[in-house]
Design a binder for this molecule. Structure first.
Ligand code: C2E
Ligand code: CA
Ligand code: CA
Ligand code: CA
Length: 279
């Protein structure tokens, strides 16, 4: 067997194709990444529409691989989920994001929220609630400043369980956000029962947005639905001033995207804040 327990795959057979070998090597490296201090978080700002101040940040994971350079989640996240290493990586993310937020809070940015992405595997972990509680108290974060993002697909894969889990989380005061909305298949009945406070319209719809296009109809339907359910609406992937204006007109509360702010490391954010005129 090629399997050597959960900690690695050690036999690289000559018959194995190059892609499979690369994947196995990456899998081995991934188990070490946290201990070797190779994980990083970038933070992308969220802005009040149409052109208000930053109201919070979303933590986005990167892996500084010793040979392959800075890797984005699409390269390693599927692997991390398949092998389960996402559970410990996810905890690292949660803790590091809370640590960073508390540093910002100490510097006076007490109105900034922190959004953290949860993977499906993490969402199913019974220890999730305890980990969240621990992080909040360790870093003295008011629960309502932490937003946990779960994709629509994850939330709808076991809707009853999602309602239960999100209810437990929101009872703590933490906020829940339904990410990548519009790409999954939501039952309206469950959407109504989910104790989320925010809905993020998937980038795919924002991308193609033109006033006369089909996506405009979908986006305005999503916004109308969200408003009916008392959810705040975030549009992600805003890249043009036209999208910014149009999404605001359609009723989005919050905008996120390269036009307004790219994912940045904390040093870059500190420099921007320092050089900004005082509001
Ligand atoms: P997401 O949660 O939908 O995050 C938004 C992604 O879109 C990010 O990609 C971000 O860099 C990118 N983005 C933001 N604004 C724009 C824009 O204007 N245009 C374009 N083209 N892209 C934009 P990233 O950082 O590569 O992350 C990809 C996905 O990986 C995330 O999608 C999320 O599902 C997942 N992910 C990232 N960090 C974590 C994490 O810490 N834990 C878990 N479980 N998943 C994560
Ligand atoms: Ca997200
Ligand atoms: Ca998203
Ligand atoms: Ca996405």
């Amino acid at each position: 067997t090629k399997h050597n327990g959960r900690n690695g795959y050690h036999f690289f057979q000559p018959s194995m194709n190059a892609l499979a070998q690369t994947q196995l090597q990456l899998m081995n490296d991934l188990w070490q990444a946290e201990a070797r201090n190779e994980l990083r978080l970038l933070y992308q700002p969220k802005f009040q529409a149409p052109s208000g101040p930053a109201i919070g940040f979303e933590a986005l994971l990167r892996w500084q691989h010793p040979q392959r350079g800075l890797l984005t989640p699409d390269v390693f996240l599927p692997l991390a989920e398949k092998t389960g290493v996402i559970v410990s990586i996810g905890n690292w993310v949660l803790n590091e994001a809370c640590r960073q937020l508390s540093e910002w809070r100490d510097a006076g940015h007490t109105d900034w929220s922190m959004s953290v992405n949860l993977s499906a595997v993490q969402f199913e972990q019974p220890a999730l609630i305890d980990n969240v509680v621990d992080c909040l108290s360790r870093h003295r974060i008011p629960p309502e400043m932490l937003i946990l993002e779960v994709t629509e697909t994850t939330a709808m894969s076991d809707p009853d369980e999602s309602v239960r889990l999100l209810t437990e989380l929101t009872t703590l005061g933490v906020k829940a956000s339904i990410d990548d909305f519009g790409t999954g298949y939501s039952s309206l009945l469950y959407l109504k029962r989910l104790p989320a406070s925010e809905l993020k319209i998937d980038r795919a719809f924002v991308n193609e947005l033109r006033a006369d296009g089909e996506d405009a109809t979908i986006v305005s339907a999503i916004i109308a639905l969200a408003r009916t359910l008392n959810l705040r609406v975030v549009a992600e992937g805003v890249e043009t001033p036209e999208q910014q204006t149009f999404l605001t007109e359609l009723g989005c509360h919050t905008l996120q995207g390269y036009l307004l702010g790219k994912p940045l490391d904390p040093h870059a954010i500190a420099n921007i804040v320092k050089n900004e005129p005082q509001r």
